[in-house]
Design a protein around this ligand. Structure first.
Ligand SMILES: [Cu+2]
Length: 394
C-alpha cells in the first residue's frame, strides 16, 4: 500500500501546486482536501484499497499509452519523411507475442491485484449476519431516518437540525451545514452492527462514507448491510438516493462511542422513552400542547406545509383554512372520522407525500401538532386533543 499512497500523495501535491499557480494566492491551501474521508471500518478500508489500486493501474496505463502515442506522433511524422507501415494486426509470430503479452499481463495484474480483493470485498460486504453483535433497524422516509434497536427496545427519529434561516434566509452557515441532526445515531465501536434497511415511501440510501457503507432502502424490500466502527468519533453521511424535493435535507450523524458509553446511552434513552409514556397519560394544558405542537410542526411538517401553513397550491395543501383541519376528527360516538384531521396525520394518505405519522410520532407529539394546527394559521377550532385520546384512536 506504500507505493499507492505515495503516488496519491504526489498526485495531490501536483494538483495543489497547479491550483495554487493557476489562481490562488496560497490562503486556501490548508482548506483544500483531496481523496476520500479516512476509513474507520473494514468495508471502507477494502473499498479504499481497491479504489487506489485501480487508480494506480489506470494512471499507469494512461501515462504509458499517451507516452507511446506522443512519441510516435512526434518522431514518425510525415514531414520527417517517415513512411508508414501498412498492416492491420499482428502478422509475424514476434508481433503476436508483443500484442498478446501486454494483454495477458494486464488481465493477470487486474485479476490478481484488483479482481481477487474486489471479489472478497464484495463477499465481505454481503456477510451481514455472521458474528453480528447488534441489530439496527433503519427506516427511511421523506425526509428523515428512524432508528430502532429491537433488542434494546429503543426507537427514535433523526432529522435535520440546521435552522431554516440558514437554508432559506441567508443566515451565516454553521460548520456542519446540512450535516447535523437533532437525534444522532449512537453506536458502540468494535462491534459488528447488522443494519436492516427499510423505506416507508420512496427509494432512499443510507450512506456514510467513512464506513464504506452505502445501501439503497427500497420500499417493500428488506435490505441489509453492516458496519464495524474502529474508531470513536462523529461521522456524517447523507441520503444518497434522490428522494424528492428535500432529498438534501436528510443527513445522517453517527456518534461512535465506547461500549460503556453506549450502555449508558441506552439506559438514558430508555428512561426518556418511559418518561414519554407517562407524560402521555397526564392531562395537558392547551398552552403546553400548542408549544410542543409548534416544535413538531417546525421540525417535521413545515418542509411541505410551509411556515404559516400556506402550503404550495397543487402540491402540498394549505393547512390555513383547510376543510380537514377545521372539521371534527371524532364522530358523535367517539370514533375516528375517516379522512378527518387526526386520521390524516395518523394514517397519512396513500399514494401522496402525506405519510402516516403513527409509527414515527408519539401520542404526545401527534396530540400537540394536531392541536397546534387547529388553533394556528388563522384556524380557530378552539379544541384541544389530549394524548390519551390519540392513544385510544390510533
Ligand atoms: Cu432520501
Amino acid at each position: 500500500m506504500l507505493i499507492e499512497s505515495e503516488i496519491l500523495k504526489m498526485l495531490r501535491k501536483s494538483c495543489l501546486s497547479f491550483l495554487l499557480l493557476a489562481c490562488l494566492g496560497g490562503s486556501a491551501y490548508a482548506d483544500w482536501a483531496f481523496n476520500f474521508q479516512p476509513a474507520v471500518a473494514p468495508l471502507a478500508d477494502d473499498a479504499l484499497r481497491i479504489h487506489n489500486r485501480f487508480m494506480v493501474l489506470v494512471i499507469a496505463l494512461f501515462v504509458s499509452t499517451m507516452a507511446v502515442m506522443a512519441y510516435s506522433l512526434f518522431y514518425h511524422r510525415k514531414d520527417k519523411g517517415f513512411k508508414p507501415a501498412i498492416f492491420t494486426g499482428p502478422t509475424t509470430p514476434t508481433l503476436w507475442v508483443l500484442s498478446a503479452l501486454p494483454f495477458i499481463g494486464l488481465v493477470f495484474v487486474d485479476y490478481v491485484w484488483v479482481g481477487v480483493p474486489a471479489y472478497y470485498a464484495a463477499v465481505t460486504m454481503e456477510n451481514t449476519q455472521e458474528g453480528a453483535d447488534l441489530v439496527l433497524r433503519v427506516t427511511a422516509s421523506q425526509w428523515k431516518w428512524q432508528y430502532e434497536y429491537p433488542a434494546q427496545g429503543i426507537k427514535f427519529v433523526s432529522s435535520l437540525s440546521t435552522p431554516l434561516t440558514q437554508i432559506y434566509q441567508g443566515a451565516a452557515k454553521g460548520d456542519n451545514y446540512l450535516l447535523e441532526v437533532d437525534n444522532p445515531l449512537v453506536l458502540p465501536v468494535n462491534k459488528k452492527i447488522r443494519i436492516l434497511l427499510l423505506s416507508s415511501d420512496v427509494m432512499h440510501a443510507w450512506s456514510v462514507p467513512a464506513f464504506g457503507v452505502k445501501r439503497a432502502a427500497v420500499p417493500g424490500f428488506l435490505r441489509e448491510t453492516w458496519v464495524k466502527i474502529e474508531k470513536e468519533g462523529t461521522y456524517r453521511g447523507q441520503c444518497a438516493q434522490i428522494c424528492g424535493t428535500n432529498h438534501a435535507f436528510m443527513p445522517i450523524v453517527v456518534e461512535a462511542v465506547s461500549v460503556e458509553r453506549f450502555a449508558a446511552w441506552v439506559a438514558k434513552k430508555k428512561a426518556e422513552q418511559e418518561a414519554l409514556t407517562t407524560s402521555a397519560e397526564k392531562v395537558w394544558t392547551k398552552d403546553e400542547l400548542l408549544q410542543h405542537g409548534q416544535g413538531i410542526y417546525e421540525k417535521i411538517c413545515i418542509s411541505c406545509h410551509l411556515p404559516g401553513g400556506v402550503g404550495i397550491p397543487g402540491v402540498f395543501p394549505a393547512l390555513a383554512d383547510s376543510k380537514i383541519v377545521n372539521s371534527p376528527y371524532q364522530d358523535a360516538s367517539g370514533r375516528l372520522i375517516k379522512d378527518g384531521h387526526l386520521d390524516r396525520v395518523l394514517n397519512g394518505k396513500q399514494g401522496t407525500a402525506m405519510q402516516a405519522f403513527k409509527n414515527t410520532l408519539s401520542d404526545v407529539d401527534i396530540a400537540a401538532v394536531v392541536t397546534y394546527e387547529r388553533n394556528s394559521f388563522g384556524n380557530k377550532t378552539g379544541d384541544v386533543l389530549q394524548p390519551v385520546l390519540v392513544r385510544k384512536l390510533r
